[in-house]
Design a protein around this ligand. Structure first.
Ligand SMILES: Cc1cc2nc3c(=O)[nH]c(=O)nc-3n(C[C@H](O)[C@H](O)[C@H](O)COP(=O)(O)OP(=O)(O)OC[C@H]3O[C@@H](n4cnc5c(N)ncnc54)[C@H](O)[C@@H]3O)c2cc1C
Length: 384
């Protein structure tokens, strides 16, 4: 019997690869999704209980894209039958009249997204648990909220297999051999596909470098800190909202979510972390980030215990120089597509990212202008 040739093989079952595989199987494509670790795992970028979903971007392109992404999340939620999207509102915090809030309001207006620019006194009265300078206010994104991350990942994977997709975990891709049919080697088996899509998150360079493509991807470790409430429930959903604050730790930002996943503990984190090798994620010293965050909590959240975080988890953000992801075909082999470098904002976008990567692999016109995602915006080499 001739070996199976898949229409598409997707390498990496994080949120981007799982969304891509889900899109392809819904398009009737015979799709194989390969994951190096036994699932679920917590070594990449897509684990944990929560991610922010928002239309509040300073860039209209993403605010607009989030309309479709939000709709696709709702469709996934309906078909999976588990709540994935909690629409709680989302606050962008900064100087009243400053560039950040003005750009968010402009891009949300252009995208016809529902929002409210709070006055300084409305902001202060609504969120008494936050102590920021009196010049600060917020833009409230009415459609923003929380995605239940672990469940969302499970939803894409379950719906993928339910519709006939094949998912093999604990199966590391060790080599990709280009050709009119692409060969994908793993320690125990060899697979063949008409197309291959690489969504290997922080490991993307180790998969693409042997194909002569050296992408400017920088994986960084982000510590996810939870802080204990002095009064239990004082920062719960309803009183408090997911937020980002961009001024007090410039050029980095701080974001947070209400106490929910661990009642009594509030997730507030720093956007910055040290560069790492994903194979050695936990071996770097990031005491500097912890110091910044303790001071931040002490200065701005008097209702939380700032002495030390009560829970610490780790995650990896893979940055590109311009913070836009890379979604493109290999410059030499058109049937190998890569999606990587989501720079800390890829979770909420993943349903649309999966569609775009799928369309690229199928050689269809992409649903959005993908110029900003092209590999050739960087100086890269693609010699083999
Ligand atoms: C702390 C933190 C907070 C964040 N907050 C938000 C947020 O609020 N909103 C938002 O939109 N985004 C957020 N993000 C970003 C978002 O989580 C990421 O953009 C997204 O998870 C990236 O997914 P990925 O599929 O590219 O990577 P990953 O999840 O790392 O998936 C890649 C997968 O490929 C597998 N793999 C790698 N190499 C191989 C191989 N050789 N063979 C087989 N499998 C392989 C890996 O094991 C992994 O499972 C946050 C990220 C972090 C770390």
């Amino acid at each position: 019997m001739a070996p199976t040739v898949y229409d598409v093989i997707v390498v990496g079952a994080g949120i981007e690869g799982s969304a891509t595989a889900h899109y392809l199987v819904n398009r009737g494509k015979h799709t194989l999704l390969l994951e190096q670790f036994p699932l679920p795992h917590s070594r990449g970028s897509s684990h944990g209980q929560s991610r922010v979903i928002r239309k509040a971007y300073t860039d209209y392109f993403y605010s607009n894209m989030m309309h479709e992404a939000t709709q696709m999340w709702l469709e996934l939620q309906n078909s999976f039958g588990v709540k994935l999207y909690k629409q709680s509102g989302y606050l962008s915090i900064g100087d009243s009249g400053g560039k950040f809030l003005t750009e968010i309001a402009d891009s949300m207006s252009r995208a016809k997204a529902s929002y409210q620019m709070l006055t300084k006194s409305e902001f202060k009265a609504s969120y008494p648990m936050m102590k920021y300078p009196s010049t600060f206010t917020g833009v409230l994104d009415h459609d923003g909220g929380i995605l239940r991350a672990d469940k969302a990942l499970q939803a894409f994977q379950s719906e993928f297999t339910r519709h006939g997709g094949e998912l093999i975990d604990g199966c590391r891709v060790t080599r990709i051999i280009p050709g009119s049919t692409v060969t994908v080697k793993t320690p125990n088996a060899t697979f063949r596909g008409q197309k291959v899509i690489v969504t290997a998150g922080p490991w993307t360079s180790s998969v693409m470098n042997p194909l002569g493509l050296h992408l400017p991807l920088k994986p960084t470790r982000i510590n996810v800190y939870y802080w204990k409430e002095l009064e239990c429930g004082s920062h719960s959903a309803g009183k408090f909202r997911p937020f980002v604050e961009v001024k007090c730790c410039e050029p980095h930002y701080v974001y947070g979510l209400p106490s929910d996943e661990y009642p009594g503990h509030v997730k507030i984190c720093f956007s910055y972390g040290p560069e790492i090798d994903p194979e050695n994620r936990d071996s770097v010293d990031d005491s500097w980030c912890l110091g910044v965050m303790k001071k931040y909590i002490r200065d701005h959240f008097p209702g939380l215990d700032a002495s030390s975080p009560s829970i610490v988890e780790s995650c990896i953000i893979t940055n590109t120089p311009d913070k836009h992801p890379i979604l493109d075909k290999h410059p030499r082999w058109e049937n190998i597509v890569v999606g990587a470098g989501f720079s800390g904002h890829g979770f909420k976008l993943s349903p649309v990212i999966g569609k775009l990567l799928g369309q690229m692999a199928l050689r269809e016109a992409p649903a959005y202008d993908v110029t900003r995602f092209r590999i050739d915006r960087f100086q890269t080499s693609s010699k083999l």
